[in-house]
Design a protein around this ligand. Structure first.
Ligand code: ADP
Ligand code: MG
Length: 225
């Protein structure tokens, strides 16, 4: 379960301060599929990054399975992230010097596993996202949508209990977008993975258990079905 309490984030641009998040409260139970929507600039990516412990809040707390991760040391945070969270960045953040398959394997190896069985799962995941024949390609040899699917396979690799993704279907055509969404939902159902997805995609949001809308750094609406 993830609890967000009175979360604020302020950025200092040098000339002025911008309040990006203005006191957000949320509880996301285990196994929920939550979509975060809202206009560009409303604070969606910032909220997701704070929930994943990728950035520290200005004030407030993020509590992950009972542990307050706000203000935790980077080493401890990295260990928690490695065990609990798969994260797909809006900009993919693949490592340019590694192939698709090596990119997918990396977090698994960083968690202290040997490459052995990992390679089999990495290949299965690349096949599942439709890139079985691209596993030896480097990121520059892949389109934006293909890189996005490699980033998803990488996030699935360590079987994280929580998967967070920023616009996971944003650069995919509708067929690939639907396919990725099916994969995410299958993961949510089969492995009880908590899914928190930032999206503009109405189809994706319509299939979520819950839709949280942000506006100007605050929750504008929060609807469950
Ligand atoms: P969204 O993902 O909803 O489009 P973001 O969370 O990326 O929104 O950003 C929310 C607002 O905060 C935007 O106006 C953005 O320009 C601003 N912002 C984000 N990060 C910073 C930063 N490091 N410094 C200054 N402003 C920022
Ligand atoms: Mg964003």
């Amino acid at each position: 379960m993830i609890e967000v309490r009175n979360l604020t984030k302020t950025a200092d641009t040098g000339t002025h301060r911008v309040e990006i998040l203005k006191g957000v409260n949320l509880t996301i139970p285990r196994g929920q599929f939550a979509a975060i929507m809202g206009p560009s600039g409303s604070g969606k990516s910032t909220l997701l990054g704070l929930m994943a412990g990728l950035d520290a809040p200005t004030s407030g707390q993020v509590i992950l399975d009972g542990v307050d991760i706000s203000g935790m040391e980077e080493d401890a945070l990295a260990a928690i992230r490695g065990r609990k969270i798969g994260f797909v960045f809006q900009s993919y953040q693949l490592i340019p010097t590694l192939t698709a398959e090596e990119n997918v394997l990396l977090p698994y190896e960083l968690n202290g596993n040997g490459a052995g069985d990992g390679a089999k799962r990495a290949i299965e995941l690349l096949e599942a996202v439709g890139l079985g024949d691209r596993r030896d390609h480097y990121p520059v040899q892949l389109s934006g949508g293909e890189q996005q699917r490699v980033a998803l396979a990488r996030a699935f690799m360590a079987r994280p209990p929580i998967l967070m993704a920023d616009e996971p279907t944003g650069n995919l055509d509708s067929a690939n977008g639907s396919h990725v969404l099916d994969l995410l939902i299958e993961l949510n159902k089969r492995e009880q993975t908590t899914l928190i997805l930032v999206t503009h995609d109405a189809e994706l949001a319509s299939r979520a258990d819950r839709c949280i809308r942000l506006r100007d750094g605050q929750i504008d609406s929060d609807e469950s079905r």
